[in-house]
Design a protein around this ligand. Structure first.
Ligand code: HPA
Ligand code: ZN
Length: 335
């Protein structure tokens, strides 16, 4: 308990959380009802049954199938606002979060006929309110779904153009099923976004189920300056040295890695190798409503399994702040 309060008090930054992945079973069922959405026949009927099913994902795809059904209960701008606001409020109050860079998946909504501006305006309104009332800083990262074709990504970028240009979308990311969809498929999308706004930041999921080349190719071919998950980077010593030299942050998600069976135990996650090679990483929740823990639970789980001493926690927290995409003044406040 004292360890939890110590970890809560650290100025934590979250770089890897999918807003759609913060949809708690309770909100899922209540939005389904409010919006008259019929859930599939095979979908668990109660909160308890659903939570139990969430405890037994066999892999990334098994989880994604549930995640996209969950997305389908979100319709109105208020739905998107409510979702993001409940996440921001929860982590600011319960977890001591200082800064949140949150992903969203517009294609999982536009595919269902929802206008992209409905999604972005709802999320943005929650960001503004969180900054004002909770004192945290926030950024939105638009992700493209890699199981959809490049052309669909380009269309999405075109639909989101005004928000890419005005900076409401602070960065571009890439998520969903990794393995048969290597980063190079989306090089055109990444180049297009950078052309629309040269200031935009770039990241991509890689090295979660894909091998180390998914990490290096994200850097080389998409020009990302961060990689999400990236745990399979340990397969290449050359890559580890590069990540350290170029200060590329990996957004590691410990509880997600266990729930999706990337590793069987938290202590198998290569945090000690990253520390040894001085590869910067942050600790994150990924899809907290699905994986049973928010950011502080992830910090606690790492502490219980690695027993890091104070200097290591200081290093992790400092690397997380330095690797954040906020102004230097905001970093100085957190440091
Ligand atoms: N990996 C890939 N796609 C995702 C994830 C993830 O962890 N969460 C939501 N979409
Ligand atoms: Zn993720």
């Amino acid at each position: 308990e004292t360890m939890r309060s110590f970890l809560k008090a650290l100025p934590k930054c979250e770089h890897h959380v999918h807003l759609e992945g913060t949809l708690e079973p309770e909100l899922l069922f209540s939005l389904a009802k409010r919006n008259n959405i019929t859930l599939p026949d095979h979908f668990p009927k109660s909160k308890a049954e659903l939570t139990e099913r969430y405890n037994n994902f066999s892999d990334l795809q098994d989880f994604l199938n549930f995640y996209y059904i969950g997305c389908a209960v979100l319709l109105s701008e208020d739905d998107f606002f409510d979702l993001a606001w409940s996440y921001f409020e929860r982590v600011a109050v319960n977890d001591g979060l200082a800064h949140s860079e949150a992903f969203f998946d517009p294609q999982s909504h536009t595919e269902r006929g929802i206008d992209i501006s409905v999604v972005i305006k709802g999320f943005k309104r929650a960001c503004v309110k969180a900054e004002k009332e909770l004192g945290i800083s926030t950024k939105l990262i638009m992700c493209l779904l890699r199981h959809l074709p490049n052309e669909h990504g380009l269309q999405t970028i075109d639909q989101a153009k005004e928000f890419i240009v005005n900076g409401d979308i602070h960065a571009l990311g890439l998520d969903s099923a990794e393995k048969p969809f290597p980063p190079e498929l989306f090089a055109e999308c990444y180049a297009k976004v950078k052309e629309l706004n040269p200031e935009i930041n770039l990241t991509a999921h890689g090295g979660e189920e894909g091998d180390h080349t998914y990490v290096s190719n994200s850097l080389d071919l998409l020009k990302t300056t961060r990689v999400d998950h990236g745990v399979n980077s340990v397969q290449s010593e050359e890559l580890l040295k590069r990540l350290s030299e170029e200060r590329v942050l990996l957004s590691v998600c410990p509880m997600s890695n266990i729930k999706l069976q990337v590793f069987q135990n938290i202590h198998e996650i290569p945090l000690n190798t990253f520390l040894e090679f001085d590869v910067p990483f942050s600790l994150n929740s990924d899809d907290p409503a699905y994986f049973g823990g928010y950011i502080l639970d992830n910090y606690v789980a790492v502490h219980e399994n690695f027993g890091f001493k104070l200097p290591v926690w200081e290093k992790i927290v400092k690397n997380s702040i330095h690797g954040s995409w906020c102004h230097q003044e905001r970093k100085d406040e957190m440091l």
